[in-house]
Ligand binder design. Structure first.
Ligand code: ZN
Ligand code: FE
Length: 241
């Protein structure tokens, strides 16, 4: 069983509140940055920890997830890995992976799950042994990403893939958007004790400037209205509200 250390790096604080994730496979000491949004906070953290990431892993092409690709790539001589569909639109991309492909960071193996919806060709980075799922702009705490390129139907089948993963999987989203999802989740699940507890804990973390993530998929499924839609049409209705 490999050991993966996962640390959030808040980028674009106060505006877009992106999370870039610094992950380190502890057996090999290899590191990767997932969705490098902004160079400065990432370089600072790597310097403080004396880490030179070998890889940049992207979930999709949007600039708030890829803006620091080129700078970090040349600074660390890192390889940029993203979805095959984004091979011509992720800055500095070296390798494009397809749905079902695997990629090893030392002893930690990622599986690529393609999730069209927010964009076409968006991918999730899933580390089954480590029970960790990096969801980019597909799944956030209590909400989901907007439909920039895909349809509600495509997003529905993408969320089905997430729902099929083990409930003890923890997910790591691309933004701190919990506050945005809270009101609608409460409106949708007014009597849920588990949601009430989720929100209380989340508010505490936010007050302490800590990420709400990670939450398990098992809990998220009980609290996130978009994961509770049982048909593509139901999801479409939620997306229109
Ligand atoms: Zn995006
Ligand atoms: Fe984003």
């Amino acid at each position: 069983m490999s050991n993966l250390l996962i640390e959030p790096i808040l980028c674009r604080a106060g505006t877009m509140d992106n999370y870039s994730w610094l992950i380190t496979d502890q057996a090999s000491n290899q590191s990767a940055i997932i969705d490098p949004s902004e160079a400065e906070p990432i370089i600072q953290r790597c310097q403080a920890k004396n880490i030179r990431p070998q890889y940049i892993f992207n979930t999709h092409h949007h600039y708030d997830h890829t803006d620091a690709n080129e700078e970090l790539k040349s600074l660390y001589n890192a390889k940029v890995i993203g979805g095959a569909h984004d091979i011509n639109r992720i800055p500095g991309i070296d390798i494009g992976l397809e749905d079902g492909d695997t990629f090893n960071l030392g002893d930690s193996q990622a599986q690529i799950i393609r999730v069209d919806g927010h964009t076409i060709g968006h991918i999730l980075w899933y580390f089954p042994e480590n029970k960790a799922l990096f969801t980019g702009d597909t799944l956030f705490n209590l909400c989901i990403g907007g439909l920039f390129e895909g349809t509600a139907e495509q997003m529905f089948y993408s969320l089905e893939k997430i729902k099929a993963l083990p409930g003890d999987t923890k997910f790591y989203p691309g933004h701190e958007y919990t506050i945005h999802g809270m009101g609608f989740a409460q409106y949708y699940n007014p009597n849920s004790q588990i949601l009430k507890q989720y929100i209380e804990t989340a508010m505490q973390k936010i007050r302490n400037h800590q990420p709400v993530a990670p939450i398990t998929l098992g809990i998220e499924k009980q609290c996130n209205p978009y994961l509770q839609a049982v048909t593509p049409l139901a999801l479409q209705k939620l997306c229109n509200e």
